[in-house]
Write a protein of this length. Structure first.
Length: 415
């Protein structure tokens, strides 16, 4: 994906994460983008106009009123900026600016050019603030509204915050933001094959009860499924995310259904079998469950204890069995390294259109970590090996492959 010749309008608000933006500008420029920067007054407390204009090779915009004494100044800049941009990126987006954008206020250049942005251009918002601020009802309400109104809101990451606390609020690194901008420009919502499609995604682990206080589960964090939900919603899909127990924020604009056991996940997923266009099984579903969960708490009596297990329903295979020709079934195949053959077998057995083979090494790929190494195999046995990517980037690549399948299926049915 290239940003060559694309016009990126970059809005910077007054948050400490603004210190990362000069690097983002460099990355965008290296990819051939034209970058113009708009700052709020507070942003200039964190990063200087000189730095921003030197890197973007453009004057930085701050004041809504033009310089009357400059013959060159554009007197209707707040409109021409909105017309010029192929995408508007606000990073970091503070609670104050988020509230202003939601209310439609335009008392500075950043908020005014947000309103004048041409319809259907990608709007990416990267909130970054203290964890408590981020989860406050007003910020969450405003972000929800923005996500319902054509903005892609990218949830902040967890980690150390400038407040000295640890929590959700960190802006993603410039490399991740640059890749998301490139993906958004390349798959502009309206042009995306996923626009308006109904996508169901299962994510996370399941819990299978042994008794009322114990269960069997696995290390799945749900990050891959949630990344897919974020990316699909950004491409204009209507996303239903059926999630096992995870510690993740619901991606904006996504309908989330929380479940615990495989039986519950299956029940919720089945409700969408007939109506969805694409079913993605990203959940690490328990293959077996205890035949009978004991009521109360099993007492400690004997030296050994046996539990008898029964097989769980295969949720994804259940979808494939009844799927109509226009519907796509996508799955994952977590294998020990080198077992690509197992993944191909799964593709055939479960009648999938695409399978993502991945291994688990506990460091770069598989459960819990933020990165993944996937190999995508489609129903025509075309193989695409992806490098080590963040789960968000890997999700984008998977959706690109799904969009290609939609295009090739359409071509075949048109012939
Ligand atoms: O058979 P295996 O568990 O390796 O298959 C993995 C794929 O099938 C994943 O996409 C997973 O979400 C899905 N699956 C499922 N229901 C199961 C087991 C796996 O949907 N019971």
């Amino acid at each position: 994906m290239s940003l060559k010749g694309k016009n990126i309008l970059l809005g910077i608000c007054g948050g400490i994460a603004a210190y990362k933006i000069p690097l983002l500008i460099r990355l965008l420029k290296t990819q051939g983008a034209n970058v113009r920067v708009v700052v709020t007054k507070a942003a200039t407390m964190f990063v200087t106009e000189l730095t921003l204009s030197t890197l973007s090779q453009e004057p930085v915009c701050k004041d809504i009123f033009p310089d009357l004494f400059s013959a060159k100044d554009d007197w209707t800049r707040h409109i021409t900026m909105g017309e010029w941009a192929d995408a508007y990126v606000i990073a970091p987006a503070t609670a104050n600016t988020i509230a202003k954008l939601t209310a439609g206020m335009c008392d500075d250049m950043l908020s005014a050019s947000f309103i004048t942005l041409r319809p259907n251009k990608p709007k990416l918002i990267f909130p970054a603030m203290d964890g408590e601020m981020f989860s406050s009802p007003s910020v969450q309400r405003n972000l929800f509204w923005l996500s319902q109104n054509g903005c892609t809101v990218v949830n902040p990451e967890s980690g150390d915050l400038a407040s000295g606390q640890c929590g959700t609020g960190r802006m993603p690194e410039p490399e991740t933001i640059a890749k998301m901008i490139a993906a958004a420009v390349a798959s502009n919502q309206q042009d995306s094959k996923l626009h308006g499609k109904s996508v169901v995604i299962t994510a996370g682990p399941t819990r299978e009860k042994i008794d009322d206080v114990r269960f069997i589960s696995n290390y799945s964090s749900g990050k891959m499924g949630f990344a897919l939900a974020t990316a699909a919603a950004a491409r204009g899909a209507q996303v239903t995310l059926v999630s096992g127990p995870v510690h993740l924020q619901t991606p904006h604009g996504v309908n989330r259904l929380d479940v615990e056991s495989t039986a519950e996940m299956n029940r919720e997923a089945k409700k969408h079998h007939a109506s969805c266009d694409i079913f993605i099984g990203a959940a690490a579903v328990a293959d077996y469950r205890p035949a009978k969960a004991a009521s109360g708490k099993i007492r400690k009596k004997h030296e050994t204890m046996g539990i008898s297990f029964v097989k769980n329903p295969d949720i994804l295979a259940g979808f494939s069995k009844q799927k109509k020709p226009h519907q796509l079934a996508i799955g994952f195949s977590l294998e020990t390294a080198g077992n690509l053959r197992n993944a191909k077998e799964k593709l055939e057995q479960k009648k999938l259109d695409l399978v993502a083979y991945n291994t688990f090494d506990g460091k770069t790929s598989g459960f819990e970590v933020d990165t993944n190494i996937l190999t995508l195999i489609d129903k025509n046995l075309e193989i695409r090996e992806l490098p080590l990517l963040s789960k968000q980037e890997a999700a984008e690549k998977m959706l690109d492959a799904i969009e290609e399948l939609i295009s090739s299926d359409k071509k075949t049915s048109d012939e």
